[in-house]
Design a protein around this ligand. Structure first.
Ligand code: SF4
Length: 412
């Protein structure tokens, strides 16, 4: 930090206008308009809090940009507690950027599975390969160069550049947005304004520490629903606290209705296979859950009575693809439906167990269709709802998994 910190002269609860010397009634100055001494005092108060309360996280203090990049991508839509075990597993499997670049996509998706938002894993893998090709395997420290990598936006670029390379750039994530919106008592600050405020506050000396401190404050103290203003190190700067408007800053986004999509699912089983193998299909390389494996499904309209017919037709088409067009489906039984929430849609899976007269599961080339024993899928990348359906098949068997009223599950 440039200036020497003098003790803040601001008394908790006083207004910005009073504490910054702005005339009464004039608009409150924003951080980029604060006097240097006030910015410096804010930084010192926040950094002192961070030194005392920072969580001991495995990607901190490594001095290596690779774990910082991995953790920042994992944390884009995921809480720290959720991401931690995935991060540990990831670093065991791909301990370096080179190891990640050399891995196959399916292996990468397998390690990521369960964390959701799989595009992040694909982008991280593509980024590793681009860094190997364009930068000789060295992660660039320039935020503009970082932003040219797949899936790296202003936040991730700012976080990696400041934390791993000491660049004086802001990193505005959801936590930082909330803290700054409350500091300024602004219901809906745009991205440009937030970047300006955060950019003015970031110090020259410890930009990475400062950015992490703001995020940590948002995560531990300035929480979305119940901010602990009594324990807040920057309460004296906070206009929302003075106005009692913390709960509405930033203004909660209006939730849009999400469509419900129904899918008939064909659980094709070789009748004579003693291990109960079922047929999985690989999704296309584009779109939602690209490249992951699933029990084959077919979208249906609202009329769920058509689901059985659709599942049977799909099962027969799959057998034909395997060169078993003469194999008949001996019987069909309805399984328990499953509902699953994605961020922009809800899915209702209507699975049907289709027992075929095949004596055993025919071997294919395994690239687009594959037979698996439901309880032994290993690292095969499977979306959460598919895993749940397969666990049911494995634990309940074909009979008890059938005919329920349906359950629901939720994942990002
Ligand atoms: S005083 Fe309260 S609302 Fe304001 S920044 Fe601190 S925790 Fe958040």
């Amino acid at each position: 930090m440039g200036d020497t910190h003098s003790s803040p002269s601001i008394i908790p609860g006083t207004s910005d206008a009073e504490s910054s010397g702005a005339p009464a009634g004039s608009p409150a100055p924003s951080p980029d308009e604060w006097p240097g001494s006030r910015r410096e005092a804010f930084r010192c108060d926040l950094l002192a809090f961070f030194r005392e309360h920072r969580r001991d996280l495995p990607w901190r203090d490594e001095g290596d940009p690779y774990p910082v990049l991995v953790s920042e991508v994992m944390l884009q839509q995921t809480r720290v507690e959720t991401a931690l075990p995935y991060f540990e597993r990831w670093m065991e499997r791909f301990p370096s950027l080179e190891a990640l670049a050399a891995a196959q996509m399916e292996e990468v998706l397998g390690v990521w599975q369960g964390l959701g938002y799989y595009t992040r894993a694909r982008n991280l893998h593509r980024s590793a390969r681009e860094i190997r090709q364009r930068y000789g395997g060295e992660i660039p420290g320039d935020p503009e160069e970082l932003r040219t990598l797949p899936g790296v936006g202003p936040y991730t670029a700012g976080a990696v550049a400041s934390i791993a390379f000491g660049a004086r750039v802001p990193a505005v994530d959801g936590n930082v947005k909330r803290v700054l919106a409350r500091i300024m008592d602004d219901p809906d600050p745009g991205q440009g304004l937030l970047s300006r405020w955060a950019g003015a506050l970031v110090p020259v000396d410890e930009p990475g520490e400062f950015n992490q401190a703001l995020m940590e404050l948002g995560s531990l103290v300035c929480r979305p629903r119940s901010p602990d203003c009594e324990a807040c190190p920057v309460a004296s700067y906070c206009r929302a606290r003075a106005a009692g408007t913390q709960a509405d800053r930033p203004r909660p986004a209006r939730r849009k209705g999400v469509p419900l999509i129904r899918e008939a699912v064909a659980v094709v089983r070789a009748g004579g296979d003693s291990e109960g193998r079922v047929l999985l299909r690989r999704r296309e390389d584009r779109g939602l859950l690209a490249g992951m494996w699933e029990l084959p499904g077919r979208r249906i309209e609202k009329d769920e009575d058509r689901a059985e017919e659709e599942a049977r037709a799909l099962g027969q088409a799959l057998l034909a693809t395997l060169g078993e067009e003469r194999a008949e489906i001996r019987d069909v039984s309805r399984m328990q439906p499953l509902e699953h929430a994605f961020s922009h849609r809800r899915m209702r899976y209507l699975p049907f167990l289709l027992r075929t007269e095949l004596a055993s599961a025919p071997t294919g080339d395994g690239r687009a269709l594959r037979w698996v024993v439901p309880g032994r899928t290993g690292d095969l990348p499977l979306p959460a709802a598919q895993r749940k359906l397969l666990v049911r098949l494995a634990t309940d068997g074909p009979t008890r998994a059938q005919l329920g009223t349906g359950t629901s599950t939720q994942e990002k």
